[in-house]
Design a protein around this ligand. Structure first.
Ligand SMILES: C[S@@+](CC[C@H](N)C(=O)[O-])C[C@H]1O[C@@H](n2cnc3c(N)ncnc32)[C@H](O)[C@@H]1O
Length: 237
């Protein structure tokens, strides 16, 4: 891919991904046989895992869009949903983990925009999307129990005509040296996304399909680079 944005990395207080969990010595509960146990277990490890800041690719890609109805898939501790609400979006924040949702709602209650966010506990493997959202965002929705092709297909189906799909995840060949997940099938390239979603066909117009490098800090304070796969596409009205 051609576009490489080197982020200064100053506002990544914790990586909003599996990487962050490993950096801080968290147990990922990968032996859990269901998503609720896996992710509730992960969130219970600490009072707070992630930074609360919005993901940088969300801010980069959504800042110019006219607010409407947004869906944040795998909303975690709510940093993205709260940022979207602050930008004027009406947000549905969906996650399988009730622990994460409760924490996110408590965080939102400290802002002036809590009433713009609906928190929804839902396992995406059992979810039937309706095409009603002006924006569907899925950021680092990596889980050993959630095939990425499944969630991106559901995310695309939830976009209303004229709406925007934003998918951001780890590029499989761009993980930092300290990552334990080098061989993992949880991650995807821009090309794999394009193929899975058939982006060369109607109803999609591709605004951004690229990978972007970011500077991140490792478990021992070392500096590294991680590569984000970024897709922003518009569904024809
Ligand atoms: C790596 S975290 C990313 C959280 C957030 N998007 C961020 O970037 O900080 C993945 C999130 O997806 C949620 N998740 C995992 N499997 C899920 C599923 N099957 N259905 C719904 N949410 C799921 C987890 O609970 C977790 O909050």
């Amino acid at each position: 891919m051609t576009e490489h944005v080197h982020d200064a990395g100053t506002h990544h207080h914790g990586q909003p991904t599996h990487e962050g969990a490993q950096q801080s010595g968290l147990n990922l509960h990968e032996d859990a046989d269901n998503a609720v146990d896996m992710w509730d277990g992960m969130y219970r490890e600490r009072a707070r895992i992630w930074s609360g800041n919005p993901n940088p690719q969300l801010v980069a890609e959504v800042s110019g869009l006219k607010p409407g109805k947004a869906l944040d898939l795998g909303s975690g501790e709510g940093g993205d949903a709260i940022w979207l609400a602050q930008q004027g979006w009406t947000v549905t924040a969906l996650d399988v983990s009730a622990v994460a949702l409760e924490r996110a709602a408590a965080h939102a209650a400290e802002t002036d925009h809590a009433d713009r966010i609906t928190w929804q506990q839902q396992d995406l493997t059992e979810w039937e999307p309706e095409p009603v959202f002006d924006l569907v965002s899925a950021q680092f929705l990596h889980s050993p129990l959630l095939p990425w092709r499944e969630f991106v297909t559901s995310a695309a189906a939830a976009v209303a005509p004229g709406g925007t799909l934003l998918v951001v995840g780890h590029h499989p060949h761009g993980l930092p040296s300290w990552s334990h997940h080098h061989e993992s099938g949880m991650f995807f390239t821009p090309e794999q996304l394009a193929g899975a979603l058939r982006l060369d066909r109607e109803p999609w117009f591709v605004n951004v399909l690229t990978d972007r490098a970011r500077t991140v800090t490792g478990p021992n304070g070392e500096s590294g680079t991680t590569l984000d796969t970024v897709l922003r596409a518009t569904k024809h009205a």
